[in-house]
Design a protein around this ligand. Structure first.
Ligand code: SF4
Length: 332
């Protein structure tokens, strides 16, 4: 799906969690948090991953970071199957990917100085020959994210939310990763601080060529930072394409509804807001056919019976909808 040779290849990934019943904990049902997701990510690319809370996007990001096990499927990083890495092999390769978390307040150990937090990764991966070199690298990393190197002696509680997220980014960059999984990295920050962090991530990507999987629920933010955007609903990918194409000419009714709720994007269009009825169905017992059919404003009889495949509607733009065609609602 991506023109450049992929850094990351994700094939039919499923992440199911057991639902246990009774005193013996028998497993009779599964929460299908991620249900057959495939995509590629090129080196130095940003892929935005969006969807409502509960759509599986955070679980997918955590599976890629090996924080939750795969039920099925494969993830290859630089051509190597990540599932095969265990023990020392896994530890040696862990520096290839890092994660930036949503909550800069909780993702930094309050008992450690910033110097220790960032320096720990350098120490684990033997990236500095002694304490003096490590301290110098920590200062450089702090400066690269727009903070004073002297802040290494401070503790996390002495910083603002935006500064803490910069520290989280410096910690991720310490091991010079190929891929950073950004899990809602700006959603806990004020709008003006969000813009600063996004600019910083873009500058760092240009300097270092790192790829981002940028998980967020805010489409305006995702459009700004991403080259391509992938939309998830109930554990599945329902739309994937260039960011501008997905946001300006969405092909899937779910993406159209998400976009109609973002005034920064949709204000000029004169289109009525699409209000989705009902809640996101349970991933334990997803609807038959198209999983979006109970909420879809244009559903037809066959949508209850036939599962729509993710199809290439126009070159580079994919959607999982029986009715999606080259002329989208946004173009009509
Ligand atoms: Fe709506 Fe049917 Fe398309 Fe699903 S397949 S999004 S229910 S029109």
């Amino acid at each position: 799906m991506s023109a450049a040779s992929p850094l990351l290849e994700v094939r039919d990934v499923k992440v199911y969690f057991p639902v246990k019943h009774g005193i013996f904990g028998a497993v009779r049902r599964w929460v299908k948090a991620v249900d057959g997701v495939s995509f590629e990510l090129a080196a130095g690319e940003t892929l935005g991953l969006v969807g409502e809370s509960g759509c599986g996007k955070t679980t997918l990001g955590r599976a890629l970071a090996r924080l939750v096990p795969l039920t099925e499927g494969s993830i290859r990083l630089e051509g190597e199957d990540m599932a095969q890495w265990t023990g020392a092999q896994l530890r040696a390769r862990r520096r290839k990917w890092q994660m930036i978390f949503q909550d800069p307040y909780n993702s930094l150990d309050p008992r450690m100085t910033v110097g220790h937090i960032i320096g720990e990764a350098l120490e684990i991966h033997h990236l500095a020959s002694d304490a003096r070199e490590r301290q110098a690298r920590v200062r450089q990393l702090l400066e690269s994210v727009g903070l004073d190197g002297a802040y290494a002696a401070f503790y996390p509680h002495e910083f603002s939310g935006g500064q803490r997220q910069r520290i989280g980014i410096a910690r991720a960059l310490a091991v010079d990763p190929k891929l950073i999984i950004c899990d809602e990295p700006v959603s806990a920050l004020d709008v003006s601080v969000q813009a600063q962090i996004i600019n910083l991530l873009q500058d760092l990507q240009q300097e270092r060529g790192v790829a981002y999987l940028f998980v967020a629920h805010d489409l305006a933010v995702v459009e700004r930072i991403s080259r391509r955007v992938m939309v998830m609903y109930l554990g599945k990918v329902v739309e994937l394409g260039q960011a501008a194409a997905v946001v300006r000419t969405p092909r899937h009714p779910y993406t159209q509804a998400l976009i109609s709720a973002v005034p920064e994007i949709d204000d000029q269009s004169q289109r009525p807001r699409i209000v989705l009825s009902g809640e996101l169905p349970s991933p334990i017992d997803p609807p038959s056919g198209c999983p979006f059919h109970p909420r879809c404003p244009v559903a037809e009889a066959r949508c209850k019976l036939e599962v729509p495949l993710l199809r290439e509607i126009v070159p580079g733009h994919w959607a999982a909808c029986h009715l999606a065609g080259p002329a989208s609602r946004a173009e009509a």
